[in-house]
Design a protein around this ligand. Structure first.
Ligand SMILES: [Zn+2]
Length: 165
């Protein structure tokens, strides 16, 4: 979650993303970036839900990164992802945290569903640290399926996806 949403919107615009008009009262933010349209929702109590692909962009924002987010720009895998990939693959092997199938290398041509992404076991939006101890390699698709659920629910999802239960 971002404390100053307006400042985040300005940063998104500067990075080439299109901040769109929200379409109902439960939308906090709607933005089109190089990785698609992301919508942040809030419930009646004001609790926000941030999609995981947008959380990755928030990571870059908080780290002072300057990614190209223009929807028309060719998506470039960040050097940070490449760096993390090599550390994580050495630590955990090439399997996806969720499904266990190999995750393609950052520079490898692959379907966008299978593209490598860094999964935060305790979501950044839930106060999880942006540190390798909280990071796992996952397919973009599997990362998206997990979304913003709790760490305990992620472990359950992983067991299900691997057929352990
Ligand atoms: Zn997977």
């Amino acid at each position: 979650m971002v404390r100053d949403l307006e400042a985040f919107k300005v940063w998104l615009g500067r990075r080439g993303a299109e901040v769109l008009a929200t379409t109902n009262a439960y939308e906090v933010l709607r933005v089109r970036t190089s990785s698609g349209v992301h919508v942040v929702h809030k419930n009646r109590r004001g609790r926000q839900t941030w999609p995981s692909l947008l959380s990755e962009i928030v990571d870059l924002y908080l780290d002072g990164g300057s990614p190209r987010l223009s929807p028309t720009a060719r998506t470039r895998r960040s050097s940070r992802l490449r760096q993390r990939y090599s550390v994580l693959i050495t630590r955990d092997g090439e399997g996806c945290f969720f499904c266990g199938q190999p995750v393609p290398k950052p520079d490898e041509e692959c379907h966008r569903d299978m593209a490598p992404s860094v999964e935060h076991l305790v979501a950044i939006t839930h106060g999880g640290p942006n540190h390798l101890s909280n990071a796992y390699l996952a397919h973009s698709r599997c990362n998206n399926i997990a979304g913003d659920i709790s760490a305990v629910e992620k472990i359950r999802l992983r067991e299900k996806m691997r057929g352990w239960q």
